[in-house]
Write a protein that binds this ligand. Structure first.
Ligand code: PLP
Length: 425
């Protein structure tokens, strides 16, 4: 499609957009009395209007039923988490039995490492990407130390090549080959939080497993953003947070995936709690742990229903929309934003650079822009003028035109503001 940098053209794209009606389902903040252009759905998604009713329902059930709500609420609490298995499995490309919701993301990755990182003196190394999200770096280092190994030796990072912003697949595969039989685990972000680069999870998973390693993915920036086929790709395990692209509210519950091939392996180590125990016998309060055969077997505690309620509102909305429609708009609006950035670049003498891959196969709904000359004052100008984006050291703003609630006119409007901001700073 030939794009144009005009309001009329943007409006025309909005008029043809099948997801346009969902924009009205979200609550936008205002700056200077005007609705913002929101680019940080990759950090905290906007609140859907329908969410409040889900929370109110739990509050009302609690008021009316108190403890009886566990069994007699319309959506009983004791198995509330099972409502996620079906819709969530479609979002991440899994069988319903392979997904669960519990805890928070870093907690779940730690718990899954209890199962999938069992180092021995011959096989103890972990491959991850350079500059992984800090929580993942801390997690890997402390896990390695917990098992008595030295992080400097056990953690192998895949580096970017000199002068390049993204990691090459061939370099990931070469590193897996090089570490070879010493490789115990590959654990990477499926979509890099800083650059927005999408990794070829299928190929990397197979390469790691061919060396006898487990392969897990941190899907914080992938869940609800890209097409995932976790079951088909034979991924061992994965976890994601729900407050970024999945709009479930600040710090909310995480989702986790454990491949079916591990469900009946009772020799796998795990940390257990009563909510992971055989559902039919959970309340018999027996002494011996008999795990649910599925991702729910990794549950620990009875669940925080008040925080699951907004997450349920969200997965039901995703189920309605479907990932295919979402991805179709995502690609179009992201390309439109990229076009606008290039147009503005031509109009003003700026020095910004898009560091996200330009190949649509290797990116999703985020463009990371390196502000070589303009720097932080431009970011601050944008924030003051109703463009909500974020700043990542040393000099990057991340722009995520989330397909559920961003409009093409937002992209046009942003271009005009960007131009104004560059001239003003
Ligand atoms: C956002 C993000 C996290 C956050 O972890 P929490 O435990 O939810 O605070 C972890 N990893 C990645 C890759 C992220 O993008």
């Amino acid at each position: 499609m030939e794009f144009q940098n005009t309001r009329e053209f943007a409006k025309q794209l909005d008029a043809q957009d099948k997801l346009a009606k969902y924009r009205d389902e979200f609550i936008f903040p205002h700056v200077n009395g005007k609705q913002v252009i929101y680019f940080t759905g990759n950090s905290l998604g906007l609140q859907p209007k329908r969410t409040k009713a889900y929370v109110d329902e739990v509050m009302n059930d609690w008021a009316k039923l108190a403890v009886e709500g566990h069994f007699y609420a319309d959506k009983p609490w004791w198995d509330y988490h099972e409502r996620f298995c079906n819709p969530l499995s479609k979002i991440v490309g899994a069988l319903p039995s392979e997904v669960t919701v519990m805890n928070t993301l870093t907690v779940n990755l730690h718990l899954l490492m209890v199962t999938f990182y069992q180092p021995t003196d011959k096989k103890y190394k972990i491959i991850c990407e350079e500059k992984a999200f800090p929580s993942d770096q801390y997690m890997l280092k402390t896990q390695v130390k917990f098992h008595g190994y030295d992080p400097a030796d056990a953690i192998v990072e895949i580096k970017r090549r000199e002068g390049e912003h993204n990691i090459r697949l061939e370099d990931v595969l070469a590193k897996i080959d090089e570490v070879g039989d010493e490789l115990a685990l590959v654990l990477m972000g499926g979509v890099n939080y800083y650059t927005g680069q999408v990794f070829d999870m299928k190929t990397i998973t197979k390469a790691g497993q061919d060396k006898g390693a487990y392969v897990g993915w941190d899907l914080a920036h992938a869940a609800g953003n890209i097409k995932l086929e976790l079951h088909e790709w034979n991924v061992d395990f994965a976890a994601w947070c729900s407050y970024k692209y999945m709009n479930s509210g600040p710090g909310n519950a995480s989702g986790a995936f454990v491949h079916e091939m591990h469900h009946n392996d009772l020799d796998l180590p795990r940390f257990a709690g009563w909510w992971g125990h055989n559902k039919e016998r959970r309340f018999l309060m027996e002494p011996n742990f008999d795990p649910v055969r599925g991702a729910n077997g990794w549950q620990l505690s009875n669940l925080p229903i008040l925080s699951l309620a907004p997450y349920l509102a969200s997965v039901e909305m995703f189920d309605e929309v479907g990932m295919d429609a979402l991805i179709k708009k995502r690609d179009c609006i992201t390309s439109y934003l990229e076009f606008i950035l290039h147009e503005i670049d031509k109009e003003v003498d700026s020095t910004f650079e898009i560091i996200t891959p330009s190949n649509p196969e290797e990116r999703a709904c985020q463009l990371s822009v390196f502000l070589h000359g303009e720097g932080r004052p431009l970011f601050e100008w944008l924030m003051k003028n109703g463009v909500i984006t974020d700043w990542r050291e040393p000099n990057v703003i991340r722009l995520a035109p989330v397909p559920l609630y961003s409009s093409y006119e937002d992209m046009y409007e942003f271009g005009q503001k960007l131009k104004e901001g560059i001239l003003a700073t």
